[in-house]
Design a protein around this ligand. Structure first.
Ligand code: ADP
Length: 635
């Protein structure tokens, strides 16, 4: 048996679909989890790096600012500065200018200058330059106002004269407990955020206005929309030279903690996302904002997700492959087992069948041997029977011969005795008559013995072939004198060749090559003479004697029927017809050997002789012989 491919059932298909969906769901969950974990971890790492960067930046800024705060204090307490403010003579101002210039150079500040109590700048480190601050009025500047109040002033703004943005640190200048002016240090901080546009660094003031930025376009933009009052204050202080301060489109996406959040910059839905980390300086109330792009984190998370997804799918495929392989292997094993079982069954069946056959063969052999034994027994019985019947026939024959010969013998003795007496008397005539009678008696006895010779005639081989037409012709010739008184009707019919002839067209002397029977010519002739002779005897007293002879040839047999319109065969005679010496004819007319001889000839030739009465009256004798093939015939 070959394993057949079974059609998948609906349940198997459904189960497979469910498994595929479940795996897809698991894949989705795994991907989402991987994404989240990788993203979270990436963001945490980024946050740590950003925190370090922010801290470092904020500290650096703070240090710088602190340093210049001390410088303004030192300037404010310097006698040249105080002198110039107290007595602003050209000499004093000139000295102050030189001092400021020198101090500025050494401290690496941008500009240092002193402002009189009314806001007018008296001396400045850039006194000799074209865009000098000297003679400018700064009374509107918050750092001046604060310092005049006795506080330290801190202010970032765009220079009204130089138009250069800077950080202003101011200290009041005291003389005799009075504030006579203000000492100011202006620092250019433009260098501070650098120009790294990939990792923007911003510094925003207390109102959220970005005044330092590594991305030039973001400078002087508000981190959130400014209230009108604050805008006005900024305007009045001319802090940012009346720039519009439009808000920067920066939208928080996710708050990680107080100082860190993920923001989107720009209006586009998928605009660049950054991790924004804030550090407040407190004095001044600025905040340092460092932006770290989260693109690498996203890319890493995406890669990790893809790798895990790919791994999961690969594992699924591997499991599927393994399962399929195992199923195929199992199917193969099952097929092999089935094949083995079928083979074993076949062997068993063959063995059974062989056993059956052997048994049948044995039975057959037994049967054959039994048959053979029965046959040999039968043959023995037959032989015995033949022997017995032969003996019986011999007895009958002996009785017949005795009977037949006794009478003529007795007559012979009587005649011879009588003849002797007649010769003694000299009666020659009577003696001659007696001798003639003796002669006819011996002739009769000779006939009897001649007839008997036919019985003991040499058995011809069963392969001898006889031309039936010729044998019939010869037999009719022998009886032609007696046949003259009867109407003879001869017909030949060959059903095999559809060849036929009746007595009118019949020429028995012609060759009928198809009509060949297995028999000896002479013996067939003898048998026919006996049958036709009997028919002639039977019609002896019939008014219109008729004899018909039909030769019928079929495929395998040849039958010769001799019919007459005589009295027929009496019922009591019929069973004894073929007995030797059985006759109903009178003394000297029949020996009762004709039919016995004819039937013995028929038997010897492998044929048969049968007798019956015709319905219309008369008897019919049928001699059946085996037909021989014409081409093999020989006479
Ligand atoms: P026989 O002719 O010498 O009597 P057969 O053996 O030839 O001896 O015949 C035996 C007997 O069969 C005959 O005596 C006769 O009674 C009967 N018989 C034979 N032929 C015919 C026949 N054609 N019609 C009627 N009886 C017949």
């Amino acid at each position: 048996m070959v394993p057949r491919h079974r059609p998948e059932s609906a349940t198997v298909k459904r189960r497979r679909l469910v498994v595929v969906f479940a795996l897809a769901a698991v894949l989705a969950v795994v991907c989402v989890l991987t994404w989240r974990v990788a993203w979270r971890r990436g963001i945490d790492d980024l946050q740590q790096q950003a925190a370090v960067r922010s801290d470092r930046t904020a500290n650096a800024l703070k240090d710088t600012l602190d340093r210049y705060e001390s410088l303004s204090y030192l300037l404010a307490s310097h006698p040249l500065v105080q002198e110039a403010l107290e007595h602003p003579t050209p000499e004093a101002i000139s000295r102050a200018n030189r001092y400021l210039e020198d101090a500025n150079r050494h401290a690496h500040a941008t500009v240092t200058y002193i402002v009189r109590a009314d806001g007018l700048c008296l001396a400045a480190s850039n006194w000799s330059q074209a865009d000098t601050f000297v003679s400018s009025n700064y009374q509107f500047r918050p750092y001046f106002v604060d310092a005049m109040k006795g506080d330290a002033g801190r202010f970032f703004g765009i220079g009204t004269v130089s138009h250069v943005p800077g950080y202003f640190v101011s200290e009041p200048v005291y003389r005799d407990g009075r504030i006579i002016g203000v000492a100011v240090v202006k620092l250019n901080l433009e260098w501070f955020p650098g120009n790294d546009e990939n990792e923007p660094l911003l510094v925003a003031d207390n109102h959220g206005v970005i005044f330092l930025s590594s991305v030039p376009a973001w400078k002087y933009r508000a981190t959130a929309p400014l209230p009108a009052s604050i805008s006005e204050t900024i305007d009045q202080a001319r802090q940012y030279a009346r720039k519009s301060l439009t808000p920067l489109p920066i939208a928080p996406v996710r708050v990680l903690n107080r100082d860190a959040q993920i923001v989107r910059v720009g209006d586009a839905r998928f605009g660049p996302h950054y991790l924004a980390t804030r550090r407040a300086l407190r004095v001044p109330a600025w905040q340092v904002i460092s932006l770290s792009p989260i693109d690498p984190v996203v890319a890493d998370a995406r890669n990790a997700t893809a790798a895990v997804g790919f791994g999961f799918v690969s594992a699924c495929l591997l499991v599927f492959y393994w399962r399929t392989r195992r199923a195929r292997l199992r199917e193969m094993m099952r097929g092999r087992a089935m094949l083995q079982a079928a083979y074993a069954e076949l062997n068993e069946r063959v063995a059974e069948r062989t056993a059956d056959l052997s048994a049948a063969n044995a039975r057959l052999q037994t049967e054959v041997s039994e048959r053979t034994r029965a046959e040999s027994e039968l043959r023995a019985a037959h032989d015995e029977l033949v022997q017995t019947s032969k003996l019986a026939a011999l007895g009958q024959m002996a009785a017949g011969i005795t009977h037949e010969l006794n009478q003529p013998l007795a007559a012979l003795r009587a005649f011879s005795d009588n003849t002797r007496v007649l010769l003694e008397r000299g009666d020659q005539v009577s003696a001659r008559e007696n001798l003639e009678a003796i002669s006819s008696l011996t002739e009769r006895m000779g006939k009897i013995t001649n007839q008997l010779k036919l019985f003991v005639g040499r058995a011809q081989p069963r392969t001898a072939r006889a031309q039936v037409a010729r044998a019939l012709s010869n037999a009719l010739n022998v009886l032609q004198v007696r046949l003259k008184t009867v109407a003879l009707d001869v017909s030949i019919r060959d059903t095999e060749t559809a060849h036929g002839a009746t007595s009118e067209s019949l020429d028995l002397s012609a060759d009928y090559p198809g009509l060949v029977a297995y028999c000896d010519d002479l013996r067939l002739e003898q048998a026919l003479i006996n049958l036709v002779g009997n028919a002639l005897d039977a019609v002896g007293e019939t008014a219109h004697p008729r004899i018909a002879i039909d030769v019928d040839a079929s495929f395998a047999t040849l039958s010769i029927t001799v019919r007459d319109n005589g009295p027929g065969i009496p019922a009591d005679v019929l069973p004894r017809l073929f007995e030797p010496f059985f006759t109903t004819k009178g003394m000297g007319q029949g020996l009762g050997l004709g039919l016995a001889i004819a039937s013995s000839i028929a038997r010897d030739c492998g044929g048969a002789l049968s007798a019956r009465n015709m319905p219309e009256g008369g008897a019919a004798f049928v001699l059946t012989l085996r037909r021989a093939i014409a081409s093999h015939s020989h006479t």
